[in-house]
Design a protein around this ligand. Structure first.
Ligand code: SF4
Length: 541
C-alpha cells in the first residue's frame, strides 16, 4: 500500500531541515516562514524544523580549543565585541571555515565516486541523531548551492543506510539546476519543490496526489513531471516568520540578528543580469506596522534589537512608512537592507531611516558607467547613485557598494568610468563587494544573448552524480567583438580592480566579517573600534 494511503500519515509531522553549509551567523528565514504558515493553517506544531548547519559548526568548534575560543568570543561570552578583537580571530575563523569546506569536498567525492570516507560517515551519523525516524517526510530547504550539494550527499547516505520516508529538496538553490537532471540522477529523492514552498508543503501534508502539488517535480512511470509553479501567496496569510524552533544561543553572534521580509519578489524586476527572480512569485509587500509590532514584541519579550531585511531590495514606498512606525514607537532596534540607488532615496528619507535605526545599506551599484547601467536596465545613473551614497553617508548610514565587473557591453572606457566613480565616491563608500558577471539562461541577457554580443557555449557543471554531470542554469559564454570571439571580460576587469582597490579602499576587517557582525559593530559603536558589550538576551519565552 502506498504510504500516502496509510492511516498513520495524518498523525505525523514533516521535519524541515536547513542543511550545511551556510554561515554560522545565519538564523534560517525560509524554514521559519514555512513554520509560521503551517502552524497557522494546520495548527501549532504541525511542522518541525532543525538547523543541521549550525549543528555542524558547533560540532567542528567543539573539537579544537582555538575554535572553541573563537566561538566563545563571537557569541559575546568574553564580555565584549570589537573590531580589533575580531581582527585577531581572523585566521582562526578562516581555519574553521576551511574545515567546513573540506566536508563539502568530501560530499562531492561521495556523490561522484561513491567514496564515503571515515570522517564524512562519522559526520552523517552525528547529524542523523537530529532526525527523527517518525517524521512524516523530510524536506531539505537549500538557500545556497553548497547546501544543495550537501543535501544531495546526505540524502543519498540516508537512503543507503535504510531511511524509509519520503525525502524532498526545495529552496532557492534548487532553481539553479534543471530539476529533471537532478531527479534523473538522484534516484533516492522523491521529488523537488520549486518556488515559494508554503502551498507545496501544505499539499504534501494533506497527502494530495503528486499532480496536485504546486511547484512539485516528480517521477511518473519513468518520466519526470514538472507541475506548474505555486500561485502568489497573499502575505496576509504569512506575514512574519516564526523562530520559536531556534535556540539563538547556538549561533555565532553576540546577540541575535533576525532576518525578515517586508516584501516578496522584486518590484523592479528589470535588471537584465538578475537571476534572483527565479524562486519568487510576483511582488507583494506587507503592512510596515505589522513588522514594527513584531519588532516591538521581540524587544519586549526577548530583548532582540538587530534585524536585516532579506528582501531583493526595498524602495521608498515601503521604507518611509516603516521608518515612521519605528520612530513613533521609539524602539531601540537597528537594521540593514538592500537598496537600489535610485532617485526616490532622498536625503530626507535617508535621515528618517537613520532615526528609525537603519545603520547600513547594501546598494546594488553594479557599475559606474552610464552605458553599462542602461544596458543592464538598472534604472539609475552614476550621478544619481553618487548623490544617494553621499546623502546616506551624511545621514550616518554605512554604505556597502555591490559591483559587477564584465557586464555585457563593457569595454575599456566603461571600466575606466567605473574606476573613476569608485575613486570619486570613496569617501561615501564604507566597503564594497565585487563579483564577475555570470550568464544565466532565463535572465533577459540569457534569453537574447545575440543582442548583447554574448555567445553561449553550454551549461556549467554543478556536480557529478556517478558518471552523470549535473549542470546549472548558468552558461559559459564568449563575447563577439569586431567579428572575433573573445573571453568574458569579468575576470580581467575584476583583476584590474583588485590591484587598484588597496590604494583607494585600504584593506579592512569589514571585508571579511559576516554581515551580522558588521551590523552590530556599525550600529552600536559610533566609533567602530569601541568594544561593544552584548545586550543581555532575555530567556526565550
Ligand atoms: S538586481 Fe535587484 S533590483 Fe534588479 S531585478 Fe534583481 S532583485 Fe530586482
Amino acid at each position: 500500500m502506498p504510504f500516502f494511503d496509510s492511516g498513520e500519515y495524518f498523525q505525523m509531522t514533516p521535519l524541515i531541515i536547513f542543511p550545511p553549509a551556510a554561515s554560522a551567523t545565519y538564523i534560517p528565514l525560509g524554514v521559519s516562514y514555512l513554520k509560521a504558515y503551517m502552524d497557522k493553517q494546520k495548527g501549532p506544531g504541525s511542522l518541525r524544523v532543525v538547523d543541521l548547519n549550525i549543528r555542524l559548526w558547533n560540532h567542528v568548534a567543539d573539537r579544537e580549543e582555538a575554535f572553541e575560543d573563537y566561538r566563545s568570543f563571537v557569541k559575546g561570552e568574553k564580555g565584549f565585541f570589537s573590531k580589533s578583537y575580531l581582527q585577531s580571530y581572523l585566521a582562526v575563523r578562516q581555519n574553521l571555515k576551511k574545515k567546513i569546506n573540506d566536508y563539502l569536498d568530501r560530499v562531492a567525492l561521495y556523490l561522484n565516486k561513491g567514496e564515503l570516507g571515515f570522517d564524512l560517515e562519522k559526520l552523517f551519523v552525528f547529524l542523523t541523531a537530529y532526525i527523527s525516524s517518525d517524521s512524516l517526510f523530510l524536506g531539505f530547504s537549500c538557500l545556497f548551492p553548497d547546501q544543495l550539494l550537501f543535501a544531495l550527499g546526505f540524502t543519498r547516505w540516508l537512503r543507503e543506510t535504510g531511511y524509509q520516508r519520503q525525502i524532498y529538496i526545495g529552496g532557492a538553490s534548487v532553481m539553479l539546476c534543471p530539476p529533471e537532471d537532478l531527479l534523473e540522477s538522484a534516484l533516492w529523492l522523491d521529488g523537488l519543490i520549486m518556488g515559494e514552498g508554503e502551498l507545496s508543503m501544505a499539499a504534501l501534508v494533506d497527502g494530495l496526489p503528486p499532480q496536485e502539488i504546486p511547484g512539485f517535480v516528480w517521477r511518473n512511470k519513468g518520466r519526470i513531471i514538472r507541475n506548474r509553479k505555486p500561485d502568489s501567496l497573499s502575505l496576509k496569510s504569512i506575514a512574519l516568520p516564526d523562530f520559536s524552533w531556534a535556540d539563538f544561543r547556538d549561533y555565532f553572534n553576540p546577540e541575535p540578528v533576525l532576518p525578515v521580509l517586508l516584501s516578496r519578489g522584486c518590484k523592479w524586476r528589470k535588471c537584465r543580469f538578475c537571476a534572483h527572480n527565479f524562486s519568487f512569485s510576483g511582488y507583494r509587500s506587507i503592512q510596515p506596522s505589522l513588522v514594527a509590532d513584531w519588532f516591538q514584541q521581540n524587544f519586549e519579550k526577548q530583548g532582540i534589537r538587530f534585524y536585516y531585511f532579506a528582501d531583493q531590495y526595498l524602495d521608498s514606498q515601503v521604507l518611509e512608512p516603516l521608518a515612521d512606525e519605528l520612530i513613533s514607537r521609539n524602539l531601540p532596534v537597528f537594521y540593514t537592507f538592500m537598496g537600489r540607488p535610485a532617485a526616490d532615496m532622498t536625503r530626507e528619507l535617508l535621515d528618517k531611516l537613520y532615526r528609525s535605526g537603519c545603520r547600513w545599506i547594501s546598494w546594488g551599484v553594479e557599475s559606474g558607467s552610464k552605458d553599462i547601467l542602461d544596458t543592464a536596465e538598472k534604472g539609475t545613473f552614476p550621478e544619481i547613485i553618487s548623490g544617494v551614497l553621499k546623502n546616506s553617508r551624511e545621514a550616518g548610514i554605512k554604505n556597502l557598494a555591490m559591483m559587477i565587473f564584465g557586464l555585457p557591453g563593457s569595454n575599456d572606457k566603461a571600466l575606466q568610468e567605473t574606476f573613476n566613480f569608485l575613486e570619486e565616491n570613496s569617501s561615501y563608500i564604507d566597503t564594497l563587494t565585487s563579483s564577475e558577471f555570470l550568464l544565466y539562461q532565463d535572465t533577459p541577457f540569457g534569453k537574447n544573448p545575440g543582442k548583447f554580443a554574448l555567445v553561449p557555449e553550454g551549461p556549467i557543471e554543478f556536480c557529478r552524480i556517478g558518471e552523470k554531470s549535473i549542470s546549472t542554469v548558468q552558461t559559459s559564454y564568449k563575447i563577439m567583438e569586431n567579428g572575433y570571439l573573445r573571453m568574458p571580460r569579468g575576470p580581467e576587469e575584476s583583476d584590474q580592480w583588485l590591484k587598484r582597490k588597496p590604494w583607494i579602499y585600504p584593506p579592512s576587517i569589514f571585508d571579511h566579517i559576516p554581515s551580522e557582525h558588521y551590523l552590530i559593530i556599525s550600529a552600536i559603536a559610533r566609533e567602530p573600534d569601541v568594544p561593544v558589550r552584548p545586550f543581555p538576551l532575555k530567556e526565550i519565552i
